[in-house]
Design a protein around this ligand. Structure first.
Ligand code: COA
Ligand code: NAD
Length: 715
């Protein structure tokens, strides 16, 4: 797991060997301890170079070992031994030096880096802090403000930035190992006194207390309840104010509280889930590893409204040629301006050339005839989309893939309009499409595995977290969200206010509450959908529609022209018009009071626990239905959809992970309780999968898939 060879007569070259990223597993740590000891005691060896095999220095601690019994030598003394060595030790960094990998490099006396390498201490993103001395050495090396930035955000820096910050001593474009060996030979007789970072004083700015106060405030605000960023600040504060040995004690103390926290478990679950969702499979048995995606160079986008514009920009950013089609002249002009503006700003920010020549705008549908993929993003209107798919089917060659960005319509109905239904797949982007990371790839019963593979691959090229899901109304994300929204309305009817519901959800960790979110997306969007479903009865106050409890509150607001931010009024007031800051609206309070009086509803005080339980458990319950029906392949798929598309706090792992942490028995019991109180609300009736999991002893989330006995087709 680590090999030692003698090179250039006197340099001991230690190579870490643990593919794919040379993570510091117990075997690798043991290998390092052994090889360092041999190198240090070998009189032929005058200096040491540590590198990683296959072009990667080290991806850090082995995350798979967390939560298991610790085996092998610990990192801290291992790094101390390297730092204390009386022969120069040089880290040769290629690929990545992250987390424990960078901490190992900081224990070395010199760091030589390839120009394409990336360095960072991303522990915070896993709910931890750099606890192998990283929080104590980095501030000593690069100063408190820069170290605070890197450690509290976990961001990776390029080799050039690392050189500028003083993390590395040299950057090379050539062979890093050769450069490091040459460097090692040149410093073999130099004193190491000033190279042992732990012995250096920590350079602090004069106003260090104010600095920590300000950073702590920002970190708390940004973290939305995450504990690791706060502990990271405290650890760096220890580096700034305590001698190294005491700082290390503080680092270990803080790490001990983080290591076993639910947040660390949630964040590590997210790390693996984000990677797991790319390994999709279909009910037919087709899988990611046995299906080759089509090669794609040219894509068409049809409909250049909110979504089409963002999708066009994201495609261009991914290096593809785009034919952008919009049939309405005025919209076309506005879209051209908007797309050019977005691309210009991105090019400026990223310091890359403007790629506007990769987009061809057209008002003619015929312009799409020579692309490999068409992405449709016209109005959410089934008749319009059906008509368009029919036209596309006769315009495009048989091998062209036809994707729809619909957020709720049946993919199979669209496929049925074409001569090649196997070529049709949903590609559900989220607004703004060039920024939001989530992509739901929706397969219908007739979608070909190759079409799904191509959509997933395209999503990956566009930098999205793509999740393959089955076809049903609202797919996964919006289908679950519907019940979350509905519960919030029922709570309003029963006595709550938009402010108190939103506050409870923000305290849970959402970036904004449900009413603020609805105002942002526009209340008219859901109104149109409900109208299409025959749920809206203008002017009617009835609270039962289609045999179940219904709240007409949203419809009543829309009838008053209150669509949210865009009209300056919705659940909140936005004043002046166009402002994004919600203010409580006294009109709404009176309106709610009158509504309750007319409905004979007695207002009661509702605490935040009930708000969270009803909104979140209703959403989670739908997640269990979705799992049971095979619409999502596993809980990780649902969780990644919520973390990347709906602002679910990552440190809570996603709704299904959260349910597993709360305890499935507890979730079931509370749903039963609420369903008993509200028997006319079917979404509060616990799902049979939830009952089944509880009766089989609430297995850990990794084993839920085994418990989902019935395949999709059997339901
Ligand atoms: N421990 C265990 N496994 C790790 C790992 C680690 N520190 N880092 C990566 N892996 C695994 C991934 O889970 C993945 O496994 P899979 O193929 O079974 O899904 C594989 O290595 C490749 O990782 P991936 O992220 O897909 O490759 P990449 O080339 O896109 O990125 C890294 C490489 C190192 C930049 C990225 O994996 C990363 O950021 N790793 C975590 C680094 C970190 O946080 N270290 C601190 C640990 S406290
Ligand atoms: P939008 O109203 O902003 O834009 C639709 C565009 O399509 C308009 O510019 C319109 O002129 C154009 N159009 C209509 N018919 C056309 C035709 N036959 N040929 C070419 N262009 C045509 O709508 P949007 O918000 O961008 O939504 C588009 C699709 O994306 C819908 O299916 C919607 O459900 C889905 N979606 C929207 C969001 C969102 O937040 N807005 C999120 C995800 C998915």
């Amino acid at each position: 797991m680590a090999a030692l060879t003698l090179v250039s007569g006197s340099v001991g070259l230690i190579t870490l060997q643990n593919p794919p990223v040379n993570a510091l597993s117990s075997a690798v740590r043991q290998g390092i301890v052994d090889t360092v000891q041999r190198a240090v005691s070998d009189p032929q060896v005058k200096s040491v170079v540590i590198c990683g095999q296959n072009g990667v220095f080290c991806g850090g601690a082995d995350i798979k070992e967390f939560g298991k019994t610790m085996l092998g030598p610990p990192l801290v003394p291992m790094i101390h031994t390297i730092e204390a060595a009386d022969k120069p030790v040089v880290a040769a960094i290629e690929g990545s030096a992250l987390g424990g990998g960078l901490e190992l490099a900081l224990g070395c006396h010199y760091r030589i880096t390839h120009s394409k390498a990336r360095l960072g201490l991303p522990e915070v993103t896993l709910g931890l802090l750099p606890a192998a001395g990283g929080s104590q050495r980095l501030p000593r090396l690069i100063g408190v403000p820069a170290a605070l930035d890197l450690i509290t955000t976990g961001r990776h820096v390029t080799a050039a930035e690392a050189l500028k910050l003083g993390i590395v001593d040299q950057v090379t474009d050539q062979s890093t190992v050769e450069a490091a060996v040459k460097f090692a030979l040149s410093v073999e007789v130099q004193s190491l006194t000033s190279r042992r970072i732990s012995t250096l004083p920590c350079p602090c700015p004069a106003d260090v207390d104010a600095l920590f106060e300000g950073v702590m405030q920002r970190v708390r605000q940004r973290g939305r309840g995450a504990i690791a960023p706060v502990a990271c600040v405290q650890a760096v504060q220890a580096a700034a104010t305590l001698p190294y040995a005491q700082g290390m004690e503080r680092e270990q103390e803080l790490m001990a509280t983080l290591f076993t926290s639910g947040q660390a478990r949630a964040l590590q679950y997210c790390f693996f889930s984000q990677r797991a969702v790319s390994r999709w499979s279909l009910p037919s048995g087709a899988r990611w590893d046995s299906t080759k995606p089509n090669p794609v160079t040219k894509v068409a986008v049809i409909g250049l409204g909110t979504m089409g514009r963002g999708i066009t920009v994201a495609l261009v950013q991914a290096g593809l040629s785009v034919v952008a089609v919009e049939t309405h002249e005025q919209q076309m002009m506005a879209a051209q301006r908007a797309v050019s503006g977005m691309l210009e700003r991105l090019a400026q920010r990223q310091g890359v050339p403007l790629a506007l020549d990769r987009v061809r705008f057209s008002t003619e549908l015929e312009a799409v005839a020579d692309v490999q993929i068409v992405i449709e993003a016209v109005f959410e209107d089934m008749a319009l989309k059906k008509q368009l798919f029919k036209q596309l089917s006769s315009l495009c060659p048989a091998e062209t893939l036809l994707f729809s960005n619909t957020s709720s319509l049946d993919i199979d109905h669209l496929a049925a309009q074409t001569d090649h239904p196997q070529q049709v797949v949903g590609m559900h982007f989220f607004a703004p499409a060039h920024i939001m990371k989530l992509l739901e790839v929706v397969y219908g019963p007739r979608s070909a595995p190759q079409a799904v593979a191509t959509a997933m691959e395209l999503g990956k090229r566009m930098g999205k977290v793509s999740v393959a899901v089955g076809n049903c109304r609202g797919f996964v994300g919006n289908r679950m969200l519907m019940h979350y929204l509905e519960e919030a309305l029922f709570l309003l009817e029963e006595g709550s206010s938009p402010e108190s519901i939103d506050q409870a959800l923000k305290e849970f960790g959402f970036p904004m509450g449900v009413f603020q979110m609805s105002d942002l997306s526009g209340l008219d969007v859901g109104w149109k959908v409900r109208k299409a479903q025959g749920l809206v009865e203008p002017g009617q106050m009835s609270r039962v529609r289609q045999g179940r409890r219904y709240s007409p509150l949203g419809d009543l607001l829309c009838e008053q022209g209150r669509f949210g931010q865009k009209t300056g009024q919705g659940w909140y007031l936005y004043d002046p018009a166009g402002s994004r800051t919600p203010r409580p609206d006294p009109w709404l309070q009176r309106f709610l009071e009158q509504y309750r009086a007319r409905q004979g509803l007695v207002s009661r005080r509702i605490d935040s626990e009930e708000v969270l339980e009803r909104c979140l458990y209703a959403l989670i319950n739908e997640g269990f239905h979705i799992l049971h029906e095979g619409i999502a392949a596993g809980p990780e798929d649902i969780d990644m959809i919520y973390v990347f598309g709906y602002g679910w706090p990552r440190h809570r792992g996603g709704p299904m992970f959260y349910a597993s942490q709360v305890g499935l028995a507890r979730v079931l019991q509370r749903l039963e309780h609420y369903h008993q109180l509200h028997p006319d609300v079917p979404h509060l009736q616990p799902s049979s999968l939830l009952r089944q999991l509880v009766s089989s002893g609430s297995p850990p989330i990794q084993r839920w898939k085994e418990a989902i006995r019935k395949p999709h087709s059997a339901l």
